[in-house]
Design a protein around this ligand. Sequence first.
Ligand code: CP3
Length: 353
Amino acid sequence: MSLKNDRFLKALLREDVDVTPVWMMRQAGRYLPEYREIRKQAGDFMTLCQTPQLACEVTLQPLRRYAFDAAILFSDILTIPDAMGQGLYFSEGEGPKFRKVIRSAKDVEQLPDVNIASELSYVTDAVSLIRKELNGSVPLIGFSGSPWTLATYMIEGGGSKDFRIAKQFMYDNPEAMHQLLEKLASAVSDYLNAQIRAGAQAVQIFDTWGGILTPASYQEFSLAYMNKIIARLLPENEGRKVPVIVFTKNGGQWLESIADSGCHAVGLDWTTDIGTARNRIGDRVALQGNMDPTMLYASAEAIRKEVASILQSFGKGNGHVFNLGHGITPEVSPDNVAVFVEAVHEFSHQYHG
Ligand code: CP3
């Protein structure tokens, strides 16, 4: 079936579009009252992820309100470690936690070889259902965490402020760390390919914690594994290219090497000027970003001004997907999201055609 709105996929491939496409990291989530309602009915977050009808419903919720140019699968990056037997749970107010943690080379060796694609069939079932319900309106994005980002949660046993345990493991046991990252890279490749086969039309790798590494360890422990994954991904499906977006939060220093990963687009957080990023790498890949998510707490006037300024900084021509520099936070007013999305479409005409 042909897509009614394919400007998101076109922009990722640096093809011409009429206006700059926009979507938002975490566009389905707690800032929406209708999300909180379904979440309450489901009881807990993992039930929401593991029930394809519910995952599909919350994926579509933001698209009913706003003119987003893409949908993103509702799931979580931590489904992979969960499928590996680590026992993911969410404790109220504390974020994700694991019952089992990785603290030694032996723990890494004992990580089971699971068939990720079949273990996570609830995700691919959700992808198929969402594609059916989208009915060709906008493309669907699949995603995964990067091996490094997943490893930090698996070693720490949850989120962390300073990643002391994960970093100590990397510094003291680099071989075991590489073995863990190798296993994760293989799982992530299988998982993303399963999402692509089920109907994901682009994929994003979330390297949320790559930016806490030194330049040398970023290359060795994070980027190297994303490169391997990208090389293994299905380049196309349903007769169309499947673009890959790499988002390393705080990766602004390493844009050139991220652009060389084989990805089609580099996700930018708000600490890099998008015009500068375009001068550095924009002749090779598309750019996605990068409004400070905290800007969504400001007035409509301030939001519109900031959108205009980011569009102007990128300038004329193709290769820009508008997004926030990281996920939207729960306390944002849904009205401000409407201001944001409308401003991107309204102000971007002048930069195209
Ligand atoms: O973007 C989307 O709308 C798709 C859904 C999505 C979620 N998590 C839903 C979610 C995506 C793409 C993710 C990715 C994810 N999950 C990342 C990488 C992206 C990023 O933000 O850097 C990370 C690090 C996680 C791990 C994770 N999952 C955390 C830290 C939390 C707790 C967040 C919190 O504020 O409590 C989650 C839970 C989670 N994932 C929620 C949602 C909507 C909130 C759960 C709830 O409803 O209580």
